[in-house]
Design a protein around this ligand. Structure first.
Ligand SMILES: [Zn+2]
Ligand SMILES: [Zn+2]
Length: 401
């Protein structure tokens, strides 16, 4: 039987939770403050701990930090169950590694389903949804209906944590789906770089204008400007009528270089890509699963070019991934004319992914001149040539990994 520890200072809530958790079919133990909870977890680690935030002796978020840093405790699933209904508190808890955040005002069934998902594996490690897969410029029209015409935007969910990869024009529709739920939005927004086709949708991302929402924005700084300064330039009145001060959600920026960090239950690493300007690729790891997002990258196609175009480092970076989304903008025939534009010929992408032991490759950043018919042919030919599973990203695709 799976074991749950309940860390809660109110005796009444603690005992009620204990009997409810037992009714749900789990073994339950309790602790009345943070340090007692930590001691119990170190002596005999439970599968999951439910933590109140406002507790004597050791505050819930400090306890969470200690659990995630402890050798014996770092694998314990953590559910924050609190009266504090603040987006900033929730964002902080997820940032520190909490697997779920439920408020006491919510129906107890929500707590049950979060716990069930975490303990019984119904919660897939990652869910990916494609909202924009086109490169360079949007490609609307009837010839682009199947793969879609919006530029780069991918939604990645890991438990409670929401990641948005790039804010091309696809983010507008993603914003509509998020606003449509009526729930507050708290998300990590990760930019590969700030070329138009990766930022242009952001001014039309409705959740950014809601004061209850919160975003932490990550991306590379350029040589002479922070990510925040570059990002805000697109709100210059010469380019756009709405001012950046109208973005009433809480937005914080973090400049990235090549590094590793954690967001919620996900470990993230970055790598510089071969593209004009500072551009980063991302790897996401959770529960033994690995997903990579590598777009706007030029593999030059020359024999022995591994050290020149960074393919050697990249191969190591994407090594063993369960799924890899990769820039493959040009066919091998088109590439010689497009050399130096910062995008890859498909042949090189296929061989790199295969050599790196990628299980599933998703071709991405489709050329705006490639119609649905072209894309079907490109995909067929890629599948014929490759020994691994290959797909081409399509708007609306949803995958569990
Ligand atoms: Zn691009
Ligand atoms: Zn670019």
């Amino acid at each position: 039987m799976k074991k749950i520890l309940i860390a809660e200072d109110s005796a009444q809530v603690r005992e009620t939770l204990k009997s409810v958790v037992e009714m749900w079919g789990y073994e339950a133990d309790t602790a009345s403050d943070g340090s007692e909870a930590l001691r119990k977890m170190e002596d005999s680690p439970p599968d999951l701990v439910i933590i109140d935030i406002m507790m004597p002796v050791l505050h819930g978020l400090n306890l969470l930090q200690k659990i995630k840093a402890g050798e014996k405790t770092s694998n314990i699933k953590v559910v924050i169950y609190t009266g504090k209904d603040f987006e900033s508190e929730k964002a902080k808890a997820l940032e520190l590694g909490a697997d779920a955040y439920v408020t006491k005002a919510e129906n107890i069934e929500i707590l049950k389903s979060r716990i069930k998902n975490l303990l019984e594996g119904e919660d897939t490690s990652f869910n990916i949804e494609i909202f924009g897969a086109r490169g360079s410029i949007p490609a609307p029209g009837k010839n682009y209906e199947k793969y879609g015409g919006n530029t780069s935007c991918v939604k990645l969910k890991a438990g409670e944590s929401l990641f948005i990869l790039d804010a091309g024009t696809g983010i507008r529709e993603l914003g509509r789906t998020l606003s449509g739920t009526g729930e507050k939005v708290s998300a990590f927004l990760l930019f590969t770089h700030t070329h138009w086709d990766h930022i242009q949708g952001f001014p039309f991302f409705a959740p950014a204008y809601d004061p209850g929402n919160e975003f932490i924005v990550y991306g590379p700084r350029s040589m002479d400007r922070s990510l925040e300064d570059t990002f805000k330039l697109q709100f210059d009145p010469n380019y756009f009528p709405v001012s950046v001060s109208d973005l009433s959600s809480r937005i914080r920026f973090r400049d990235l270089t090549e590094e590793s960090f954690s967001c919620g239950p996900v470990d993230i690493s970055t790598v510089y890509l071969n593209h004009p300007g500072m551009t980063l690729g991302y790897a996401f790891k959770r529960s033994g699963r690995k997903i990579c997002y590598i777009t706007d990258n030029e593999l030059t196609g020359e024999a022995g070019a591994e050290s020149v175009d960074g393919a050697g480092r990249l191969s190591e970076f994407i090594s063993g991934s369960d799924l890899c989304i990769m820039d493959a903008q040009y066919t091998d025939l088109e590439y010689p004319e497009k050399r130096g534009w910062g995008h890859s010929p498909i042949g090189r992408v296929l061989s790199l992914a295969e050599g790196a032991g990628v299980s599933r490759l998703i071709l991405f950043h489709h050329d705006p001149d490639h119609t649905d018919e072209d894309m079907d042919l490109i995909l067929d030919s890629a599948r014929e040539r490759s020994g691994i599973s290959v797909d081409a990203a399509r708007e609306g695709d949803s995958l569990d990994i």
